[in-house]
Design a protein around this ligand. Structure first.
Ligand code: ZN
Length: 431
């Protein structure tokens, strides 16, 4: 047995009354108060379990609130992602229209370039016509070549007009060039800013997606925690059900004890009347179905549960607390009940393997025995069992390495924390 957590479910408490009503189960008087003490122990365990159940329920609603919050954040992120997607689409459209604008502008540039080209030609033509008419390029030469004052004035006027015209052409030329440069600059800046906008939006969307993935991860983890809490809750409820079953068994034992005491008192009175005395030696030994390897049934309340050798004792074993003893054998020997009792539970556990829990009431003291890792179980829940009666066959089921019987003795009920587990050595005959 390695794991301490096992899942228990009580199927039925039917049949509990019968063992306690039998002849040899409760023999001693003054045991009622001790039975009531057992009831209190179980009641304490149950209130502990119930407060743990409340804690678990709080934990679950807390986890559910956290999940709702995370879900809200995911919805908010989804909205932001949709928003950024829309903005990316809008900006991409803007990018397209800007590119179209650039194309248009390039067309305009061609026109301006063409105009500049034409003016250049014009200016060259004008310079050439001077050479043709005056034979000189230089305006001063033109003026110096005047033949009379009126000719000089004519020439000067002509030169001024031509110079002004050339100046105007040059100014237009400059303006065209500047306009072109400004437009180019503007469009370039515009394009860059739009491209940056798209990049920024894409980065933002990436961040939002990362955030969303984180939130989804957080949500999944919360959901898992909640599932685990639900599982824990189920375990606790099953434990409580087991304890309740044991409680009702003890309640029946108290009733039977009271009846037995009343009967004993009446018989004592009758015997005194007759003045006759007789001893009744309560022999409680009754042989179970014994094959070759079945242990001999001891007298007294307890008998050895299986033939074999003690492979592990009770107590600390490395880092774990071994709450039982292990009896190993190479052959599949029978497992027998260690005392008279009733089967509380007979089932296949993931940790205990094929296991049987038996409740015993000895002199008003409740004992619980556990037989684990069996290959076969021969009795079911609610079965009334005699000391030495075969209940199963040794095996290697559940959390077990090697064929053995893991045997637990609890002075009181079995509880999840196994607080009533005691060392059977000196109480139950062992190999
Ligand atoms: Zn063991």
């Amino acid at each position: 047995m390695k794991k301490s957590v096992i899942t228990l479910a009580v199927s039925a408490t039917v049949g509990f009354g019968t063992i306690f009503g039998g002849t040899s189960v409760i023999t001693e008087a003054a045991s009622i108060s001790s039975l009531k003490g057992e009831q209190n122990k179980i009641q304490n365990q149950r209130s502990n379990i119930n407060s743990t159940i409340n804690q678990k329920n709080n934990q679950i609603s807390n986890l559910q609130n956290q999940q709702a919050n995370v879900q809200d954040e995911i919805t908010r992120l989804d909205d932001a992602i949709t928003d950024s997607t829309n903005k990316i689409n809008e900006t991409n459209a803007k990018l397209e229209s800007t590119k179209e604008e650039i194309m248009k502008l390039q067309g305009e540039m061609e026109v301006i370039k063409d105009r500049i080209e034409k003016r250049n030609v014009l200016l060259k033509d004008r310079a050439r016509s001077y050479q043709d008419t005056g034979g000189m390029v230089n305006y001063i030469d033109v003026l110096m070549g005047a033949t009379s004052f009126s000719d000089f004035v004519d020439r000067a006027n002509a030169v001024v007009t031509i110079m002004e015209a050339d100046q105007a052409i040059l100014k237009e030329h400059e303006a065209d060039k500047k306009e072109l440069e400004t437009k180019q600059e503007q469009v370039k800046t515009n394009l860059e800013s739009i491209q940056k906008m798209v990049t920024d939006l894409q980065t933002l969307q990436q961040q939002l997606n990362v955030q969303k993935a984180d939130k989804n991860k957080a949500l999944a983890s919360l959901k898992q925690q909640e599932n685990e809490a639900h599982e824990g809750l189920m375990d606790l409820q099953e434990q409580d059900a087991l304890l309740a079953a044991q409680q009702s068994a003890i309640q029946q034992a108290i009733k039977n004890e009271q009846a037995a005491q009343a009967k004993a008192a009446a018989e004592a009175a009758a015997a005194a009347k007759k003045a006759a005395s007789s001893n009744s030696g309560g022999s409680s030994s009754s042989g179970g179905a014994s094959s070759g390897a079945t242990p001999g049934v001891s007298s007294g309340y307890w008998t050895q549960p299986a033939v074999g050798y003690l492979s592990s004792g009770f107590g600390q074993r490395g880092s774990e607390r071994h709450v039982g003893v292990d009896i190993a054998n190479h052959t599949k020997v029978p497992i027998v009940a260690a005392a008279d009792g009733v089967v509380i539970r007979s089932y296949l556990s993931s940790s205990y393997g094929n296991c049987i829990f038996i409740s015993h009431s000895i002199n008003g003291q409740v004992y619980t025995t556990v037989y684990a890792h069996m290959s076969t179980r021969l009795v079911g829940s609610g079965a009334v069992i005699k000391k030495g009666q075969q209940i199963g066959v040794m095996g290697n089921t559940g959390d077990s390495t090697g064929q053995h019987l893991h045997f637990e003795l609890h002075k009181g009920p079995w509880t999840q924390d196994k607080r009533y587990a005691i060392n059977p050595v000196g109480i139950v005959p062992l190999p």
